[in-house]
Write a new protein. Structure first.
Length: 125
């Protein structure tokens, strides 16, 4: 596929970002493109999948925000993702998923070994 061809190029910047700070990893999360996300997570330049946009959204936070359950599942499985990190909305991914009533995302996040159900962000009081 096209992404595979691009990622195979030695000069490619897999972490290139646009004006709002979105990288290809963020775009894959927002669009729910599981194949692209997997390819990007395996790329040697993508050492930290917790990279944030200018307004502090991680790929996990965006996946929860847009209800991309398959992406949430894949990011949780990755092991490098900070499950308890605070997303751009000022909540953890778990709190954000619960507030948005995304049951599948809540279930996925609760299955993560290191999930902290008590952690609150600045917006959680």
């Amino acid at each position: 596929n096209v992404l595979s061809l691009l990622l195979a190029q030695p000069s490619i910047d897999a972490l290139a970002h646009c004006d709002n700070g979105h990288t290809p990893l963020h775009t894959a999360a927002v669009r729910g493109n599981l194949n692209a996300l997997r390819q990007l997570l395996q790329h040697p330049q993508v050492t930290d999948p917790n990279i944030t946009t200018r307004d502090n959204w991680t790929p996990l936070g965006l996946a929860v925000r847009f209800g991309r359950d398959g992406i949430v599942r894949e990011l949780v499985k990755d092991g490098r993702v900070d499950i308890n990190g605070i997303a751009g909305a000022g909540h953890t991914a778990l709190v954000l998923a619960a507030k948005m009533m995304w049951l599948d995302a809540v279930e996925e996040l609760l299955q993560a070994e290191d999930v902290d159900v008590h952690k609150q962000g600045a917006e959680d009081g």
